[in-house]
Ligand binder design. Structure first.
Ligand code: UGA
Length: 425
């Protein structure tokens, strides 16, 4: 396994759990030291226990040396492909260096399986690169679909497996690697490299489209008085539509959906598909506008200005059940309020350390009540389940003004309004 981020670590643990002998590599020595000591460098429910179990059984170990992994039969490349600074494209430097480092060392027949999310055409380039070094190594692409916060479940019981292969041998090998999962009934879709690459980006783009679609409808609801939650509920009963990812609110963030939608836009634009590029671009534009809208509603609740006001922000992670704050909608709104002159205090059940690292200029509080002290407005921006249980009567005792902006439609409005709060969502 090359790359020990969310994806690589979850996959390494998952493969060891299936009974394989796994060695996982990362160039970050601190990360490898932590993982070798059975400590997860990030928050992920259930993964820590499985990490310990598999390290202790001897099936899983970690290294920083490519030489140590050269003897494996299968190499999974799970490195990050973040958005390239100043561009909509993905930064492929880690993928390229992983394939190059491996190709230089492999002398025995092996398969290198890309799992990173990449623009279409990357697998072909990597196959050519590897072939330049050795004729005995094949490349396959096997995109991942795991969600942060549900990594264990998504790794061991995925909704589907997708193999992009150029030979029956590569397909056979991947089927052997995933045998227990396939025997459990997991569907397998086999195609060429480009198809496998595009399945992944299309999946994320479709999820992003659902979110931006319901948020577009939410804007029409705001203007007309209709209830977007009822609309989502009614749409969701249609099995062709489905209720998942129709949660209106602050929109999507994280390390995947935003950068994948932008990379797909860049791909469509490069291909000269102007209409397609426009469609995909608007998904991102609608999404970003939700952050601006939340900021504006907050300002209305504050009587027109953030200056000198005290703002309590509940949630820093880009979604619940993770400590990941990459492109977090919650933090974006918190930072905007801070820059508009408010004193912002953030509370998050697990993401405060990661938030503090990127935004030390904001204040952080260990409890909801501490964060809410003397607040002029409370903004609930990440829907941790704990927040749904907050007692509006108790909170009334610590805030300066009873203003609630529920950026995730996570609360029961009547409960807050009947306790004297001005509630906006
Ligand atoms: C996403 C995909 O769901 C995974 O299938 C994929 O493997 C992964 O990206 C990846 O490319 O690695 P993830 O980024 O963990 O997973 O997060 P999601 O659960 O998809 O949520 C993304 C964002 O959408 C979050 O900010 C969430 O708050 C937001 N969201 C989700 C909504 O605003 N409304 C919804 O109804 C659902």
């Amino acid at each position: 396994m090359i790359g020990c981020g969310y994806l690589g670590t979850s996959h390494a643990v998952g493969m060891a759990q299936l009974g394989h002998d796994v060695i996982a590599l990362d160039i970050d020595e601190d990360k490898i030291a932590a993982l070798s000591a059975c400590e997860l460098p990030f928050y992920e429910p259930g993964l820590g226990e499985l990490l310990r179990k598999n390290v202790e059984s001897g099936r899983l170990r970690f290294t920083t040396s490519y030489d140590e992994i050269a003897g494996a039969d299968v190499h999974f490349v799970c490195v990050g492909t973040p958005q390239l600074a100043g561009s909509f494209n993905a930064d492929l430097r880690w993928v390229e260096s992983a394939f190059a480092e491996l190709a230089r060392r492999l002398t025995e027949p092996a398969v290198i399986v890309g799992r990173s999310t990449v623009p279409v055409g990357t697998a072909r380039r990597m196959a050519d690169l590897v072939r330049g070094h050795t004729g005995r190594v094949e490349v396959a692409w096997n995109p991942e679909f795991l969600r942060e916060g549900r990594a264990v479940e998504d790794t061991l019981q995925p909704a589907r497996l997708v193999f992009g292969v150029e030979s029956p041998q590569a397909e056979r090998l991947l089927r052997a690697v995933y045998r227990p999962i396939i025997e459990d009934g997991c569907p397998v879709v086999v195609g060429d490299y480009a198809t496998a690459e595009l399945v992944k980006v299309s999946a994320n783009a479709f999820l992003a489209t659902k979110i931006s679609f319901i948020n577009a409808i939410a804007q029409i609801c705001e203007a007309t008085g209709a209830d977007v939650l009822r609309i989502a509920e009614a749409l969701g009963h249609d099995v062709r539509i489905g209720r998942d990812f129709l949660g209106p609110g602050l929109g999507f963030g994280g390390g995947c959906l935003p950068k994948d939608i932008r990379a797909l836009y860049a791909c469509a634009a490069d291909l000269g598909l102007a209409d397609v590029a426009t469609l995909i671009r608007q998904i991102d534009v609608v999404n970003t506008s939700r952050r601006e809208r939340a900021f504006a509603v907050g300002r209305e609740l504050l009587g027109g200005s953030y200056a000198e006001k005290r703002v309590c922000v509940l949630g820093a992670a880009f979604k619940p059940n993770t400590d990941d704050v990459r492109d977090s909608p919650a933090l974006a709104v918190a930072v905007a309020a801070h820059e508009a002159g408010a004193r912002v205090v953030v509370h998050d059940p697990v993401a405060m350390e990661s938030a503090r690292r990127v935004h030390p200029e904001i204040e952080y509080a260990d409890t909801v009540l501490m964060a809410a002290r003397d607040a002029d407005v409370i903004m609930l921006l990440t829907e941790w389940t704990d927040f749904a249980d907050i007692d509006p009567v108790q909170l009334s005792g610590v805030v300066r003004c009873r203003n609630m902006l529920d950026g995730r439609n996570a609360l029961t409005p009547e409960r807050w309004r009947s306790a004297g709060w001005t509630y906006r969502a």
